[in-house]
Design a protein around this ligand. Structure first.
Ligand SMILES: Cc1cc2nc3c(=O)[nH]c(=O)nc-3n(C[C@H](O)[C@H](O)[C@H](O)COP(=O)(O)OP(=O)(O)OC[C@H]3O[C@@H](n4cnc5c(N)ncnc54)[C@H](O)[C@@H]3O)c2cc1C
Ligand code: SF4
Ligand code: SF4
Length: 441
Protein backbone atom coordinates (compact mmCIF):
# COMPACT_ATOMS: atom_id res chain seq x y z
CA UNK A 1 0.00 0.00 0.00
CA UNK A 2 1.38 3.47 -0.86
CA UNK A 3 1.99 6.20 1.71
CA UNK A 4 -1.10 8.22 2.55
CA UNK A 5 -1.27 11.70 4.07
CA UNK A 6 -4.90 11.59 5.23
CA UNK A 7 -6.01 11.19 8.83
CA UNK A 8 -8.87 9.27 10.43
CA UNK A 9 -10.29 10.89 13.58
CA UNK A 10 -12.72 8.91 15.72
CA UNK A 11 -15.04 11.15 17.77
CA UNK A 12 -16.31 14.62 16.81
CA UNK A 13 -16.32 16.33 20.19
CA UNK A 14 -14.24 19.46 20.72
CA UNK A 15 -11.02 17.37 20.58
CA UNK A 16 -11.86 15.63 17.30
CA UNK A 17 -13.19 18.81 15.66
CA UNK A 18 -10.17 20.93 16.65
CA UNK A 19 -7.70 18.27 15.48
CA UNK A 20 -9.64 17.97 12.19
CA UNK A 21 -9.53 21.72 11.55
CA UNK A 22 -5.82 21.89 12.26
CA UNK A 23 -5.07 19.00 9.90
CA UNK A 24 -7.32 20.41 7.18
CA UNK A 25 -5.50 23.73 7.66
CA UNK A 26 -2.29 21.83 6.85
CA UNK A 27 -3.97 20.67 3.59
CA UNK A 28 -4.59 17.14 4.82
CA UNK A 29 -7.72 15.18 4.01
CA UNK A 30 -9.55 14.25 7.25
CA UNK A 31 -12.14 11.52 7.80
CA UNK A 32 -14.04 12.47 10.96
CA UNK A 33 -16.25 9.69 12.35
CA UNK A 34 -18.94 10.38 14.98
CA UNK A 35 -21.24 7.73 16.44
CA UNK A 36 -24.08 10.20 17.21
CA UNK A 37 -26.24 11.82 14.52
CA UNK A 38 -24.71 15.21 15.47
CA UNK A 39 -21.23 16.59 16.07
CA UNK A 40 -20.06 18.72 19.04
CA UNK A 41 -19.60 16.23 21.89
CA UNK A 42 -20.47 16.93 25.52
CA UNK A 43 -19.59 20.62 25.53
CA UNK A 44 -22.83 21.42 23.70
CA UNK A 45 -24.78 20.00 26.64
CA UNK A 46 -23.59 22.98 28.71
CA UNK A 47 -25.28 26.36 28.49
CA UNK A 48 -22.16 28.06 29.85
CA UNK A 49 -18.59 26.91 30.38
CA UNK A 50 -16.23 27.68 33.24
CA UNK A 51 -14.00 29.57 33.87
CA UNK A 52 -15.27 32.52 31.80
CA UNK A 53 -18.95 31.48 31.82
CA UNK A 54 -18.89 31.73 28.06
CA UNK A 55 -21.97 30.64 26.14
CA UNK A 56 -20.95 27.12 25.08
CA UNK A 57 -23.07 27.04 21.94
CA UNK A 58 -21.62 30.38 20.80
CA UNK A 59 -18.16 28.93 21.37
CA UNK A 60 -18.76 25.57 19.68
CA UNK A 61 -21.22 26.39 16.85
CA UNK A 62 -18.59 28.20 14.72
CA UNK A 63 -16.27 25.19 15.16
CA UNK A 64 -19.06 22.79 14.14
CA UNK A 65 -19.89 24.95 11.11
CA UNK A 66 -16.23 25.22 10.10
CA UNK A 67 -15.93 21.41 10.25
CA UNK A 68 -19.11 20.78 8.27
CA UNK A 69 -18.21 23.35 5.61
CA UNK A 70 -14.55 22.39 5.18
CA UNK A 71 -14.08 20.57 1.85
CA UNK A 72 -11.05 18.72 3.26
CA UNK A 73 -13.06 17.23 6.15
CA UNK A 74 -15.33 14.32 5.33
CA UNK A 75 -17.69 14.00 8.29
CA UNK A 76 -19.43 10.67 8.87
CA UNK A 77 -22.18 11.11 11.49
CA UNK A 78 -24.10 8.16 12.96
CA UNK A 79 -21.05 6.07 12.10
CA UNK A 80 -18.43 3.90 13.75
CA UNK A 81 -15.12 2.37 12.74
CA UNK A 82 -15.18 -1.41 12.37
CA UNK A 83 -11.52 -2.15 11.55
CA UNK A 84 -8.10 -0.57 11.32
CA UNK A 85 -5.31 -2.51 9.55
CA UNK A 86 -1.79 -1.55 8.50
CA UNK A 87 0.71 0.82 10.06
CA UNK A 88 2.04 4.41 10.06
CA UNK A 89 1.62 6.07 6.68
CA UNK A 90 -0.51 3.27 5.28
CA UNK A 91 -3.53 2.30 7.40
CA UNK A 92 -6.72 0.99 5.88
CA UNK A 93 -9.93 1.44 7.84
CA UNK A 94 -13.54 0.37 7.51
CA UNK A 95 -16.27 2.86 8.47
CA UNK A 96 -19.84 1.70 9.08
CA UNK A 97 -22.31 4.47 8.29
CA UNK A 98 -25.63 3.58 9.91
CA UNK A 99 -28.75 4.21 7.86
CA UNK A 100 -30.13 7.64 8.81
CA UNK A 101 -33.29 7.26 6.71
CA UNK A 102 -33.27 11.02 6.12
CA UNK A 103 -31.29 12.57 3.30
CA UNK A 104 -28.56 14.94 4.48
CA UNK A 105 -28.87 16.64 1.08
CA UNK A 106 -32.65 17.02 0.69
CA UNK A 107 -33.73 17.68 4.32
CA UNK A 108 -34.07 21.35 5.27
CA UNK A 109 -34.51 20.64 8.99
CA UNK A 110 -38.06 22.03 9.19
CA UNK A 111 -39.13 19.38 11.74
CA UNK A 112 -42.55 18.80 10.10
CA UNK A 113 -42.01 15.02 10.29
CA UNK A 114 -41.76 14.89 14.11
CA UNK A 115 -45.35 15.58 15.18
CA UNK A 116 -47.09 12.88 13.12
CA UNK A 117 -44.77 10.14 14.48
CA UNK A 118 -46.85 8.08 16.98
CA UNK A 119 -43.80 6.88 18.94
CA UNK A 120 -42.68 8.65 22.11
CA UNK A 121 -39.71 7.68 24.25
CA UNK A 122 -37.12 9.30 26.52
CA UNK A 123 -34.57 11.49 24.75
CA UNK A 124 -31.19 10.07 25.83
CA UNK A 125 -29.29 13.18 24.74
CA UNK A 126 -31.53 15.29 27.01
CA UNK A 127 -30.71 12.84 29.85
CA UNK A 128 -34.24 11.41 29.67
CA UNK A 129 -35.73 14.73 30.88
CA UNK A 130 -37.93 15.12 27.82
CA UNK A 131 -39.48 12.82 25.23
CA UNK A 132 -38.51 12.38 21.61
CA UNK A 133 -40.09 10.69 18.61
CA UNK A 134 -38.63 7.79 16.61
CA UNK A 135 -37.74 10.46 14.02
CA UNK A 136 -35.84 13.16 15.87
CA UNK A 137 -32.90 15.48 16.30
CA UNK A 138 -31.13 14.97 19.65
CA UNK A 139 -31.42 18.64 20.71
CA UNK A 140 -32.52 21.99 19.45
CA UNK A 141 -29.59 23.53 17.59
CA UNK A 142 -28.32 20.12 16.43
CA UNK A 143 -25.65 20.22 13.73
CA UNK A 144 -26.16 18.87 11.18
CA UNK A 145 -29.78 19.98 11.61
CA UNK A 146 -31.13 16.84 9.97
CA UNK A 147 -33.15 14.26 11.90
CA UNK A 148 -32.48 10.57 12.07
CA UNK A 149 -34.92 7.67 12.40
CA UNK A 150 -34.08 5.38 15.28
CA UNK A 151 -34.72 2.02 13.60
CA UNK A 152 -35.15 0.17 16.90
CA UNK A 153 -38.15 2.28 17.97
CA UNK A 154 -39.68 3.11 14.55
CA UNK A 155 -42.87 1.08 14.08
CA UNK A 156 -42.21 0.51 10.37
CA UNK A 157 -38.49 -0.31 10.58
CA UNK A 158 -38.84 -2.58 13.61
CA UNK A 159 -41.59 -4.45 11.76
CA UNK A 160 -44.22 -3.76 14.46
CA UNK A 161 -46.75 -2.10 12.17
CA UNK A 162 -47.08 -0.30 8.86
CA UNK A 163 -46.34 3.39 9.18
CA UNK A 164 -44.97 6.04 6.86
CA UNK A 165 -46.37 9.17 8.51
CA UNK A 166 -43.01 10.93 8.59
CA UNK A 167 -42.45 10.35 4.88
CA UNK A 168 -45.98 11.57 4.07
CA UNK A 169 -45.46 14.77 6.07
CA UNK A 170 -42.18 15.70 4.39
CA UNK A 171 -42.65 18.11 1.50
CA UNK A 172 -39.05 17.62 0.40
CA UNK A 173 -39.08 13.84 -0.12
CA UNK A 174 -36.17 13.62 2.27
CA UNK A 175 -37.37 10.49 4.11
CA UNK A 176 -36.20 7.16 2.70
CA UNK A 177 -37.49 4.22 4.73
CA UNK A 178 -35.52 1.84 2.47
CA UNK A 179 -32.15 3.34 3.41
CA UNK A 180 -29.47 0.86 4.51
CA UNK A 181 -26.11 0.87 6.32
CA UNK A 182 -23.06 1.64 4.20
CA UNK A 183 -19.60 0.22 4.59
CA UNK A 184 -16.86 2.56 3.42
CA UNK A 185 -13.17 1.66 3.11
CA UNK A 186 -10.61 4.40 3.43
CA UNK A 187 -6.81 4.68 3.47
CA UNK A 188 -5.08 7.02 5.89
CA UNK A 189 -1.60 7.72 7.21
CA UNK A 190 -2.53 8.32 10.88
CA UNK A 191 -5.40 7.80 13.28
CA UNK A 192 -6.49 9.97 16.23
CA UNK A 193 -8.80 8.55 18.90
CA UNK A 194 -10.95 11.37 20.37
CA UNK A 195 -13.90 9.46 21.75
CA UNK A 196 -14.26 11.38 25.03
CA UNK A 197 -15.19 10.16 28.50
CA UNK A 198 -18.30 9.29 30.49
CA UNK A 199 -19.40 10.27 33.97
CA UNK A 200 -19.41 7.83 36.88
CA UNK A 201 -22.46 5.54 37.01
CA UNK A 202 -24.38 7.07 39.92
CA UNK A 203 -26.76 4.15 40.24
CA UNK A 204 -23.80 2.15 41.61
CA UNK A 205 -24.16 4.13 44.89
CA UNK A 206 -27.75 3.57 46.10
CA UNK A 207 -27.00 5.46 49.34
CA UNK A 208 -27.18 8.65 47.26
CA UNK A 209 -30.63 7.89 45.91
CA UNK A 210 -29.89 8.54 42.25
CA UNK A 211 -32.49 6.82 40.06
CA UNK A 212 -34.62 6.22 43.18
CA UNK A 213 -35.39 9.73 44.43
CA UNK A 214 -36.54 12.01 41.60
CA UNK A 215 -34.98 15.14 43.14
CA UNK A 216 -31.45 13.69 42.98
CA UNK A 217 -29.74 14.80 39.77
CA UNK A 218 -26.67 13.86 37.73
CA UNK A 219 -24.45 16.76 36.59
CA UNK A 220 -25.52 16.57 32.93
CA UNK A 221 -29.18 16.45 33.99
CA UNK A 222 -28.56 19.71 35.81
CA UNK A 223 -26.69 21.18 32.81
CA UNK A 224 -29.72 20.41 30.63
CA UNK A 225 -32.13 21.82 33.24
CA UNK A 226 -30.22 25.09 33.18
CA UNK A 227 -29.95 25.22 29.37
CA UNK A 228 -32.30 27.60 27.57
CA UNK A 229 -32.59 25.07 24.70
CA UNK A 230 -33.18 22.25 27.22
CA UNK A 231 -36.26 20.38 28.49
CA UNK A 232 -37.55 23.22 30.71
CA UNK A 233 -36.19 26.11 28.58
CA UNK A 234 -33.80 26.84 31.40
CA UNK A 235 -36.29 26.91 34.27
CA UNK A 236 -34.95 25.08 37.32
CA UNK A 237 -37.89 23.00 38.45
CA UNK A 238 -37.94 19.61 40.13
CA UNK A 239 -38.62 16.39 38.23
CA UNK A 240 -42.11 15.12 38.99
CA UNK A 241 -43.46 17.95 41.17
CA UNK A 242 -42.43 20.81 38.87
CA UNK A 243 -41.74 22.99 41.94
CA UNK A 244 -38.82 25.38 42.26
CA UNK A 245 -36.14 24.13 44.71
CA UNK A 246 -35.26 26.46 47.58
CA UNK A 247 -32.46 24.50 49.26
CA UNK A 248 -29.97 22.69 47.04
CA UNK A 249 -26.99 20.49 47.94
CA UNK A 250 -24.13 19.78 45.54
CA UNK A 251 -22.05 16.77 46.61
CA UNK A 252 -18.47 16.72 45.25
CA UNK A 253 -16.15 13.83 44.36
CA UNK A 254 -18.79 11.17 43.62
CA UNK A 255 -16.98 8.09 42.29
CA UNK A 256 -13.54 9.46 43.15
CA UNK A 257 -12.84 6.59 45.58
CA UNK A 258 -13.96 3.99 43.02
CA UNK A 259 -12.07 5.66 40.16
CA UNK A 260 -8.92 6.17 42.21
CA UNK A 261 -8.14 9.70 40.92
CA UNK A 262 -9.39 13.28 41.11
CA UNK A 263 -11.16 14.20 37.84
CA UNK A 264 -9.93 17.82 38.03
CA UNK A 265 -13.15 19.33 36.63
CA UNK A 266 -15.91 18.36 39.10
CA UNK A 267 -15.15 21.08 41.69
CA UNK A 268 -15.11 23.62 38.89
CA UNK A 269 -18.40 22.50 37.37
CA UNK A 270 -19.91 22.37 40.89
CA UNK A 271 -18.95 26.02 41.44
CA UNK A 272 -20.31 26.79 37.97
CA UNK A 273 -23.61 25.31 39.18
CA UNK A 274 -23.49 27.64 42.21
CA UNK A 275 -23.25 30.56 39.79
CA UNK A 276 -26.09 29.19 37.69
CA UNK A 277 -28.26 28.93 40.82
CA UNK A 278 -27.33 32.36 42.06
CA UNK A 279 -28.32 33.76 38.69
CA UNK A 280 -31.61 31.84 38.24
CA UNK A 281 -32.69 31.36 41.88
CA UNK A 282 -31.14 34.25 43.85
CA UNK A 283 -33.14 33.39 46.97
CA UNK A 284 -32.09 29.72 47.08
CA UNK A 285 -29.71 28.35 49.72
CA UNK A 286 -26.89 26.30 48.20
CA UNK A 287 -24.61 23.87 50.07
CA UNK A 288 -21.39 22.33 48.73
CA UNK A 289 -20.55 19.10 50.55
CA UNK A 290 -16.88 18.56 49.80
CA UNK A 291 -13.79 16.61 50.74
CA UNK A 292 -11.19 18.97 49.32
CA UNK A 293 -11.38 21.69 46.72
CA UNK A 294 -9.47 21.27 43.46
CA UNK A 295 -9.20 24.58 41.60
CA UNK A 296 -5.72 24.50 40.01
CA UNK A 297 -4.16 27.05 37.66
CA UNK A 298 -4.35 30.79 37.29
CA UNK A 299 -8.06 31.36 36.71
CA UNK A 300 -9.68 28.51 38.64
CA UNK A 301 -8.71 29.68 42.13
CA UNK A 302 -10.29 33.09 41.56
CA UNK A 303 -13.39 31.43 40.08
CA UNK A 304 -13.83 29.75 43.46
CA UNK A 305 -12.81 32.65 45.69
CA UNK A 306 -15.19 35.01 43.90
CA UNK A 307 -18.03 33.05 45.52
CA UNK A 308 -18.96 34.20 49.01
CA UNK A 309 -21.15 33.00 51.91
CA UNK A 310 -24.26 34.41 50.23
CA UNK A 311 -23.59 32.19 47.20
CA UNK A 312 -22.93 28.91 48.99
CA UNK A 313 -22.22 27.32 52.35
CA UNK A 314 -19.15 25.09 52.14
CA UNK A 315 -19.62 21.99 54.31
CA UNK A 316 -16.51 19.84 54.77
CA UNK A 317 -16.77 16.11 55.28
CA UNK A 318 -13.81 13.77 55.80
CA UNK A 319 -15.73 10.96 54.07
CA UNK A 320 -17.83 11.57 50.96
CA UNK A 321 -18.38 7.80 50.81
CA UNK A 322 -20.58 8.07 53.92
CA UNK A 323 -22.96 10.71 52.57
CA UNK A 324 -26.57 9.48 52.53
CA UNK A 325 -29.65 10.94 50.86
CA UNK A 326 -33.09 9.79 52.02
CA UNK A 327 -36.67 10.81 51.38
CA UNK A 328 -38.21 13.17 53.91
CA UNK A 329 -41.80 13.92 52.88
CA UNK A 330 -41.66 16.20 49.83
CA UNK A 331 -38.00 17.03 50.52
CA UNK A 332 -34.75 15.14 51.13
CA UNK A 333 -32.47 14.60 54.12
CA UNK A 334 -28.77 14.60 53.36
CA UNK A 335 -26.55 13.24 56.14
CA UNK A 336 -22.76 13.43 56.18
CA UNK A 337 -19.94 12.79 58.65
CA UNK A 338 -18.75 16.11 60.10
CA UNK A 339 -15.10 16.77 61.04
CA UNK A 340 -15.91 16.36 64.77
CA UNK A 341 -16.96 12.73 64.18
CA UNK A 342 -20.69 13.39 64.48
CA UNK A 343 -23.19 12.87 61.70
CA UNK A 344 -24.88 16.09 60.53
CA UNK A 345 -28.10 16.37 58.59
CA UNK A 346 -29.46 19.04 56.29
CA UNK A 347 -32.87 19.20 54.73
CA UNK A 348 -32.88 20.09 51.03
CA UNK A 349 -35.22 20.02 48.00
CA UNK A 350 -32.65 19.01 45.42
CA UNK A 351 -29.33 17.15 45.38
CA UNK A 352 -26.84 17.37 42.50
CA UNK A 353 -24.13 14.70 42.46
CA UNK A 354 -20.81 15.86 41.01
CA UNK A 355 -19.82 12.64 39.28
CA UNK A 356 -16.23 11.80 38.40
CA UNK A 357 -15.17 11.54 34.76
CA UNK A 358 -14.54 7.91 33.86
CA UNK A 359 -13.54 6.11 30.62
CA UNK A 360 -16.22 6.05 27.95
CA UNK A 361 -18.17 2.81 28.32
CA UNK A 362 -17.44 1.90 24.68
CA UNK A 363 -13.68 2.53 24.95
CA UNK A 364 -12.75 -1.11 25.64
CA UNK A 365 -14.34 -2.11 22.34
CA UNK A 366 -12.55 0.66 20.43
CA UNK A 367 -9.23 -0.30 22.03
CA UNK A 368 -9.72 -3.90 20.96
CA UNK A 369 -10.71 -2.89 17.44
CA UNK A 370 -7.76 -0.48 17.11
CA UNK A 371 -5.27 -2.78 18.85
CA UNK A 372 -4.26 -0.20 21.46
CA UNK A 373 -3.72 -0.57 25.20
CA UNK A 374 -5.61 1.16 27.99
CA UNK A 375 -3.99 2.45 31.19
CA UNK A 376 -4.79 1.13 34.66
CA UNK A 377 -7.81 3.43 34.94
CA UNK A 378 -9.22 2.34 31.58
CA UNK A 379 -8.32 5.49 29.57
CA UNK A 380 -6.19 5.26 26.41
CA UNK A 381 -2.55 4.68 27.36
CA UNK A 382 0.18 6.83 25.84
CA UNK A 383 3.64 5.33 25.56
CA UNK A 384 5.71 8.25 26.79
CA UNK A 385 3.47 10.52 28.87
CA UNK A 386 6.31 12.56 30.40
CA UNK A 387 7.52 13.77 27.01
CA UNK A 388 4.02 14.95 26.03
CA UNK A 389 3.74 12.24 23.38
CA UNK A 390 0.18 11.31 22.46
CA UNK A 391 1.28 8.17 20.65
CA UNK A 392 -0.71 5.13 21.80
CA UNK A 393 0.76 1.64 22.08
CA UNK A 394 0.23 1.20 18.31
CA UNK A 395 2.52 3.24 16.03
CA UNK A 396 0.68 5.88 14.01
CA UNK A 397 -2.38 5.95 16.30
CA UNK A 398 -2.69 8.94 18.63
CA UNK A 399 -5.14 10.01 21.32
CA UNK A 400 -6.62 13.41 22.21
CA UNK A 401 -8.96 14.88 24.81
CA UNK A 402 -10.79 13.07 27.56
CA UNK A 403 -10.30 9.67 25.90
CA UNK A 404 -6.80 10.01 27.39
CA UNK A 405 -7.97 11.14 30.84
CA UNK A 406 -10.20 13.74 32.55
CA UNK A 407 -9.59 17.33 31.55
CA UNK A 408 -11.31 20.64 30.87
CA UNK A 409 -12.03 22.17 27.47
CA UNK A 410 -8.89 24.28 27.34
CA UNK A 411 -6.56 21.34 27.98
CA UNK A 412 -8.61 19.20 25.57
CA UNK A 413 -8.08 21.73 22.79
CA UNK A 414 -4.35 22.05 23.52
CA UNK A 415 -4.00 18.26 23.44
CA UNK A 416 -6.06 17.93 20.25
CA UNK A 417 -3.83 20.38 18.39
CA UNK A 418 -0.77 18.63 19.73
CA UNK A 419 -2.11 15.23 18.57
CA UNK A 420 -2.72 16.71 15.10
CA UNK A 421 0.88 18.01 15.01
CA UNK A 422 2.25 14.65 16.16
CA UNK A 423 0.18 12.82 13.53
CA UNK A 424 1.63 15.10 10.82
CA UNK A 425 5.16 14.52 12.09
CA UNK A 426 4.67 10.74 12.16
CA UNK A 427 3.37 10.73 8.57
CA UNK A 428 6.36 12.79 7.38
CA UNK A 429 8.73 10.38 9.15
CA UNK A 430 6.98 7.34 7.60
CA UNK A 431 7.13 8.95 4.15
CA UNK A 432 10.87 9.69 4.55
CA UNK A 433 11.59 6.06 5.54
CA UNK A 434 9.56 4.83 2.59
CA UNK A 435 11.46 7.11 0.20
CA UNK A 436 14.79 5.90 1.55
CA UNK A 437 13.72 2.28 1.10
CA UNK A 438 12.53 2.96 -2.44
CA UNK A 439 15.82 4.59 -3.35
CA UNK A 440 17.66 1.62 -1.79
CA UNK A 441 19.89 3.87 0.37
C1 LIG B 1 -20.93 17.90 33.96
C2 LIG B 1 -19.71 18.43 33.27
C3 LIG B 1 -19.60 19.79 33.05
C4 LIG B 1 -18.45 20.30 32.43
N1 LIG B 1 -18.34 21.65 32.27
C5 LIG B 1 -17.18 22.16 31.75
C6 LIG B 1 -16.99 23.58 31.66
O1 LIG B 1 -17.87 24.36 32.01
N2 LIG B 1 -15.78 24.03 31.19
C7 LIG B 1 -14.76 23.18 30.82
O2 LIG B 1 -13.68 23.65 30.43
N3 LIG B 1 -14.94 21.83 30.86
C8 LIG B 1 -16.11 21.31 31.32
N4 LIG B 1 -16.28 19.95 31.37
C9 LIG B 1 -15.28 19.08 30.70
C10 LIG B 1 -15.62 18.96 29.18
O3 LIG B 1 -16.91 18.38 29.05
C11 LIG B 1 -14.57 18.12 28.44
O4 LIG B 1 -13.32 18.75 28.58
C12 LIG B 1 -14.87 17.98 26.95
O5 LIG B 1 -16.16 17.50 26.71
C13 LIG B 1 -13.87 17.01 26.33
O6 LIG B 1 -14.08 16.93 24.94
P1 LIG B 1 -13.73 15.60 24.13
O7 LIG B 1 -13.80 15.97 22.68
O8 LIG B 1 -12.48 14.99 24.62
O9 LIG B 1 -14.90 14.55 24.50
P2 LIG B 1 -16.47 14.58 24.25
O10 LIG B 1 -17.02 15.92 24.42
O11 LIG B 1 -17.01 13.48 25.12
O12 LIG B 1 -16.61 14.13 22.72
C14 LIG B 1 -16.30 12.82 22.30
C15 LIG B 1 -17.11 12.50 21.04
O13 LIG B 1 -16.74 11.19 20.57
C16 LIG B 1 -17.91 10.48 20.18
N5 LIG B 1 -17.64 9.03 20.26
C17 LIG B 1 -17.51 8.25 21.36
N6 LIG B 1 -17.27 6.97 21.00
C18 LIG B 1 -17.27 6.92 19.65
C19 LIG B 1 -17.07 5.89 18.70
N7 LIG B 1 -16.86 4.63 19.07
N8 LIG B 1 -17.11 6.19 17.38
C20 LIG B 1 -17.35 7.46 16.98
N9 LIG B 1 -17.54 8.50 17.85
C21 LIG B 1 -17.48 8.23 19.15
C22 LIG B 1 -18.95 10.94 21.21
O14 LIG B 1 -20.25 10.70 20.75
C23 LIG B 1 -18.62 12.44 21.32
O15 LIG B 1 -19.30 13.20 20.36
C24 LIG B 1 -17.40 19.43 32.00
C25 LIG B 1 -17.53 18.05 32.23
C26 LIG B 1 -18.66 17.55 32.87
C27 LIG B 1 -18.75 16.06 33.14
S1 SF4 C 1 -37.17 15.06 6.80
FE1 SF4 C 1 -38.54 16.49 5.73
S2 SF4 C 1 -40.08 17.07 7.23
FE2 SF4 C 1 -38.38 16.11 8.38
S3 SF4 C 1 -37.08 17.85 8.97
FE3 SF4 C 1 -36.30 17.09 7.00
S4 SF4 C 1 -37.31 18.34 5.42
FE4 SF4 C 1 -38.47 18.63 7.34
S1 SF4 D 1 -42.27 5.45 9.99
FE1 SF4 D 1 -41.29 5.30 11.98
S2 SF4 D 1 -40.32 7.27 12.33
FE2 SF4 D 1 -41.79 7.52 10.65
S3 SF4 D 1 -43.65 8.23 11.69
FE3 SF4 D 1 -43.80 6.01 11.54
S4 SF4 D 1 -42.94 5.25 13.48
FE4 SF4 D 1 -42.33 7.38 13.27
Amino acid sequence: MSQNGSVLIIGAGIAGMKAALMLAGASRKVHLVERLPIIGGKVIKNEESFPNMECSTCMVAPVQQAVLQNPDIETYTYSTVDRIDGGPGCFSAVIRKKARYISLVDCIGCGMCFDPCPVSLANEWEEGLMPRKAVYVPCSGSLPNVPVIDASSCLHLSGKQECSLCAESCAFEAVNLDDSDQVIEIEVGSVIIATGADTFDLSALPNLGYGILPSVYSPFEFERLFASNGPTQGEITLRGSGTVPRRIAIVHCIGRTEAGYCSSVCCMYSFKFVRFLRHKLPEAEVFNIHLDVCTPGKSYQSFFTSLDDRDTTMLFTPSIDDVRVTENGPSLTLSYPAPDGNTREIEVDMVILAAAMVPDRGLGEIAQMAGIQLDRHGFVMTVDRESGSLQTSRDGIFVAGTAEGPKDIQNTVIQAESAAGQALEAMSAAAAVNKERASGS
